[in-house]
Write a protein that binds this ligand. Structure first.
Ligand code: GLY
Length: 338
C-alpha cells in the first residue's frame, strides 16, 4: 500500500499496513531516549506489541480508563505530570495507541507539554484510522461541551495497522463506517461497491487520502476542511441530545440521512438522485431515524461551537452527489428540515 503524505506546514506520512511488519520504519521519528505509550484499558494488551520494537527506548506506559468521559482535564494533567516525573524533554515523544478518545487526549498532551513534543499516532479503531488520527485536531472535553479545548498539532507520523480491527467490537466498526460513508460524498474515488465490501486497507487508504488532501488545503479549518463536517452538524446535535448514548458514527449516519433530505429540497433534486444518495447512506444498515424533533435539533445547533452569528456553514450534497459548503441561516436550516 503506498504511503499517504499529509502536506501540512509539517509534512508527515501515514502508512497503512496489515501488521506491525513495517513499524520499524517509523522508529527514526522517535528522536529522544524517552517514549510514552498512552493507551486505554481496552487496548493495553497491545502495549507489548509496540514495546517489542522499542527496546532502545526508555518506555513509560500510561493507561487511561476507556470511554469519552475520561477525555478530560484530570486525565490530561495526569499525563503531563507523568511525562514530567519521567523527565521527558522536547526531544522525547508520545505514542497514542487507541481510538479517538486516546488519540485526541494523548495528542493534546503532546502538543502542550513543554509547548510540544514528538507525537506518533497508532490508531486502533476504524474511526481513528479513517478520521481522527490524521489531520492534527487534538482535544479534551470540558464541562460546557465536547472538544471545546484543543489545538491543531500535526503528528510526526501515523501508523495504521488494520490487524487491530479484528478485535474491534461490531458497534465500533459501525461507528467507523459512519465516517467512511461520508467520504463517498467527498470524492468519486469511493464507490458504492467499495462501501458494500469490507473495511479493507485499500478503502481505509482512500479515506485517508481524501482527508489528507482537504487538510493540506486548509489545515486550520477556515474553508475547504469544513467539507469533513458533512453529516456532523445534525449528527453532533443528535449525539448531544442522546447524552452520548449513541456513538459518534451512528449519529453521523443519521446526520447524513438528514442532509440528503435537506440537499434534495435545497437543490430541487429528483427521486433518482434521492435513491442513489440513500443507497450510499444506508449501505451498512445503520439506523437512520432521528429520535428528536426539529426544535430540539435547532436548539443544539445554535449552541454548536461551529455555528456563527445567525447560522451555520452546512455541508450539503449537490446534484453530482458531492459535498458543498453552503452558509445557511437558522431559519433556512429549519425550513430545509421540515
Ligand atoms: N474530523 C474532522 C476533521 O478532522 O476536520
Amino acid at each position: 500500500m503506498p504511503d499517504i503524505i499529509v502536506r501540512t506546514h509539517k509534512s508527515y506520512t501515514v502508512q497503512v499496513q496489515q501488521d506491525m511488519g513495517a513499524f520499524p520504519t517509523v522508529l527514526p521519528l522517535l528522536k529522544g531516549p524517552n517514549v510514552a505509550i498512552v493507551c486505554d484499558d481496552n487496548v493495553a494488551p497491545y502495549f507489548d506489541v509496540l514495546a517489542a520494537y522499542l527496546g532502545e527506548k526508555t518506555l513509560t506506559k500510561i493507561v487511561i480508563p476507556a470511554g469519552e468521559a475520561h477525555k478530560n482535564a484530570t486525565e490530561y494533567l495526569s499525563i503531563l505530570n507523568t511525562l514530567a516525573a519521567a523527565h521527558f524533554t522536547r526531544d522525547d515523544a508520545v505514542i497514542s495507541l487507541g481510538g479517538g478518545v486516546v488519540g485526541d487526549l494523548a495528542a493534546f498532551a503532546a502538543s502542550t507539554y513543554m509547548r510540544g513534543i514528538g507525537l506518533l499516532a497508532v490508531p486502533t479503531s476504524l474511526l481513528a484510522m479513517v478520521d481522527s488520527a490524521v489531520g492534527g485536531k487534538t482535544a479534551i472535553n470540558i464541562e460546557y461541551g465536547k472538544n471545546l479545548c484543543g489545538t491543531f498539532y500535526q503528528p510526526d507520523g501515523v501508523y495504521v495497522n488494520t490487524a487491530f480491527l479484528v478485535t474491534l467490537p461490531r458497534r465500533e466498526q459501525m461507528c467507523g463506517w459512519g465516517e467512511i460513508i461520508k467520504y463517498a460524498f467527498l470524492s468519486h474515488t469511493i464507490t458504492l461497491a467499495d462501501l458494500e465490501g469490507d473495511a479493507t486497507p485499500t478503502l481505509i487508504a482512500k479515506c485517508i487520502a481524501i482527508k489528507a488532501r482537504l487538510v493540506a488545503e486548509d489545515e486550520t479549518e477556515k474553508g475547504k476542511r469544513k467539507l469533513l463536517n458533512l453529516g456532523h452538524t445534525i449528527g453532533h446535535a443528535i449525539e448531544r441530545l442522546s447524552g452520548f448514548a449513541l456513538s459518534h458514527g451512528e449519529c453521523v449516519a443519521k446526520g447524513l440521512a438528514a442532509v440528503v433530505g435537506m440537499s434534495r429540497r435545497y437543490y430541487g433534486l429528483d427521486e433518482e438522485w434521492y435513491r442513489r444518495a440513500m443507497a450510499i447512506v444506508s449501505c451498512k444498515g445503520h439506523d437512520l431515524t432521528c429520535p428528536y424533533g426539529i426544535e430540539e435539533i435547532m436548539a443544539q445547533l445554535t449552541a454548536d461551537k461551529k455555528s456563527h452569528q445567525g447560522g451555520v456553514d452546512m455541508v450539503l450534497i449537490d446534484a453530482d452527489l458531492q459535498g458543498r459548503i453552503v452558509p445557511l441561516s437558522y431559519d433556512e436550516i429549519r425550513n430545509l428540515m421540515l
